[in-house]
Design a protein around this ligand. Structure first.
Ligand code: MRU
Length: 370
């Protein structure tokens, strides 16, 4: 993706290949900084504190985290400890466990002295595959957007095709392209007149800070809205489609995404607005069926609810990033980070292999029998 005319990814190997750079997403949109991860503990901390976030990117960072651990100690016990340390950082996105298992299973049969190099290679493959899967999601989603845009009533044909999205499922959440934003980028590049309603996505505001940042860099017209505005816009015909990502998709097509996604799906359902969920294969958890009952939901610090971070605009501290308190002293906060949207509310899943009904038959049709 583009930042000031330069192509960027979210993660890569530093020269020499023994450490990893990432973009520090806690500083965006106001400061663009990269950070070097040199140890497994640093990789785990970067995931936990959301320096890197987004299901696919967490997975790739975890994979490189195992490489960092194996460079120090390639023994079985160290591998197991690093796996557990990384896997414990964030519980909801299944991509993390998937990527860790992939690297672990690749290196475990090897003699210790070959393990770090094999982990490096496997993490690189996971990253490249993620880029390819997201680009494919973009192509499949583009077809849907083009079809929906063309099917609008004559009086709306000259107007922008209006898409609403929640959280950040763009290139910052992946290695490149994104999941839900990939079709938007492809549509914009293909010349579709598209406009994006960006939910701010309280409490961490990934929409207002990250999605708006990305779309702005790519020149995609967009408007940031408060999380509660989506239903109103749908009632007034201002949303042609909703598209979001997912951190874990069960085999029957329930999707778990950033808190608030479920309410958008309900509003879309009530207003006859198509609700799409974009995902790579790495997000499917074939071992789970009922998302509400079975997916572990991360509860993050209440401080993310009671406080907010922003850029100081005036005075001596202008430009610096500071937290400010929103709530009265003593009020408690509760911060579930994700919710589950049942498959019945999902119009279709847009995957790297094509578009499927949100059902086990739909997913098996693309990914094959168990
Ligand atoms: O808490 P985050 O910022 O890691 O949550 C990210 C999301 O909810 C994304 O929508 C999700 O990972 C979709 S995949 C790009």
């Amino acid at each position: 993706m583009n930042i000031d005319g330069q192509a960027w990814r979210t993660i890569g190997l530093e020269p020499g290949g023994r450490s990893v750079w990432v973009i520090d997403q806690t500083k965006l949109p106001h400061q663009f900084q990269t950070l070097t991860l040199s140890t497994c503990a640093e990789a785990a901390e970067a995931i936990r504190t959301m320096v890197v976030r987004g299901a696919p990117l967490i997975g790739v960072t975890g994979a490189y985290g195992l490489m960092l651990a194996l460079q120090v100690d390639p023994a079985d016990a160290a591998l197991a400890a690093a796996f557990d340390q990384l896997n414990a950082t964030r519980p909801t996105a299944v991509n993390l466990r998937w990527a860790l298992e992939r690297v672990r299973d690749r290196v475990r049969p090897l003699p210790p002295e070959q393990r770090a190099a094999a982990a490096r290679e496997e993490a690189g493959l996971i990253a490249e595959e993620d880029v390819a899967m997201c680009a494919a999601i973009g192509d499949h989603g583009l077809e849907i957007f083009q079809r929906l845009a063309a099917a609008r009533p004559k009086e709306r044909q000259g107007m922008p095709f209006q898409v609403l999205t929640h959280c950040n499922a763009g290139w910052l959440a992946t290695v490149d392209w994104g999941t839900a934003l990939a079709p938007i980028y492809k549509a914009h590049r293909a010349g579709l007149n598209i406009h994006v309603w960006v939910d701010e996505t309280r409490p961490r505001n990934q929409g207002a800070s990250l999605t708006a940042y990305e779309l702005g860099r790519e020149g995609v017209p967009h408007t940031v809205i408060v999380d509660n505005a989506g239903g109103h816009l749908m009632q007034h015909g201002e949303v042609d489609a909703v598209i979001v990502g997912t951190d874990r998709t069960t085999r029957r097509g329930d999707v778990c995404n950033k808190i608030g996604t479920y309410l958008k799906a309900l509003a879309a359902y009530d207003n006859g607005v198509p609700f799409y969920v974009a995902l790579p294969a790495s997000t499917i958890d074939w071992s789970l069926d009922d998302g509400v009952a079975e997916i572990p939901i991360e509860a993050r610090s209440a401080e993310e609810v009671t406080h907010i971070q922003g850029r100081v605009v005036e005075g001596a501290a202008a430009g610096s990033l500071v937290p400010v308190q929103l709530t009265p002293d003593g009020s408690e906060g509760f911060n579930p980070a994700f919710d589950v949207t049942p498959a019945r509310l999902v119009t279709a899943l847009i995957t790297d292999r094509g578009v499927a009904e949100a059902s086990e038959d739909g997913l098996r049709g693309l990914y094959g029998p168990s």
